[in-house]
Design a protein around this ligand. Structure first.
Ligand code: SAM
Length: 218
């Protein structure tokens, strides 16, 4: 299911602040050489993350799901000089590629990579974080959300990616067991957030769906 018309998306990207040419090179390299490149957030989503980073004055970011480092670099580019981004992933190989690009960027020094299962790594990192971007294994989205809420600063927000799962959340279950399971995890996550009165959530139909979440403090 296509959520945004391609021509409209192209126009929006042309008129928006988007990541650097180095980020663009990393995106192209990933698309041409790495399996699973469709997992990259892409320019439109990167632009929105950059907007939030600047709007809330984020200084510390936690990311779940580094992949080849595109979203981490795109976010680091919008952090202030003394900003910090910690990114967690289980795949050492793709993170090696990420590091080779971060090293070429003046913003790379803001990024720290932690390798290991996300649930273990997130229990070891120290908050508070102003922005948590969740974009790793779908089955753990709910525990990641719970952990992230504990690590959030007063002004902090959480953004969860792929919450429309290519539109499958509104379709009948597919035959593929794996896809079906992931759809179930995502639906459970979305239902949980929708029911929680202590959270303010906005499910944005941008790209594959982004859930924007803030703790209500009044
Ligand atoms: C959607 S990709 C991240 C894309 C990245 N945020 C970007 O846009 O450039 C998901 C990543 O989650 C990682 N992942 C999968 N299972 C994981 C786990 N249990 N713990 C940590 N990371 C995991 C994968 O290795 C993959 O790199």
């Amino acid at each position: 299911m296509k959520l945004i018309d391609e021509q409209i998306e192209k126009y929006c990207i042309e008129k928006s602040n988007v990541p650097s040419s180095l980020c663009n090179d990393l995106e192209l390299y990933t698309r041409e050489n790495i399996h699973g490149a469709q997992m990259l957030i892409g320019k439109m989503e990167a632009s929105l993350l950059g907007f939030f980073i600047r709007a809330i004055g984020a200084k510390r970011i936690l990311e779940l799901g580094t992949f080849t480092g595109y979203s981490a670099l795109a976010m680091a580019e919008e952090l202030p000089e003394d900003g910090e981004l910690i990114t967690l992933d289980i795949n050492e190989k793709t993170v090696q590629l990420a590091k080779s690009y971060w090293e070429k960027s003046p913003h790379g020094k803001k990024i720290t990579s932690v390798i290991g299962p996300g649930l273990e790594s997130i229990s070891k990192v120290k908050g508070p974080f102003d922005l948590v971007f969740i974009d790793a294994d779908k089955r753990n989205y709910l525990p990641y959300l719970e952990k992230s809420l504990e690590l959030l600063s007063e002004k902090g927000m959480i953004i969860i990616d792929n919450v429309l799962w290519s539109g499958r959340v509104v379709e009948a279950p597919s035959d593929s067991e794996d896809e079906h399971r992931n759809t179930k995890f995502i639906r459970e996550l979305n239902d949980t957030i929708a029911k929680r009165e202590d959270l303010y959530g906005t499910l944005l139909p941008l790209r594959d769906g982004m859930f924007l979440i803030k703790k209500k403090n009044y």
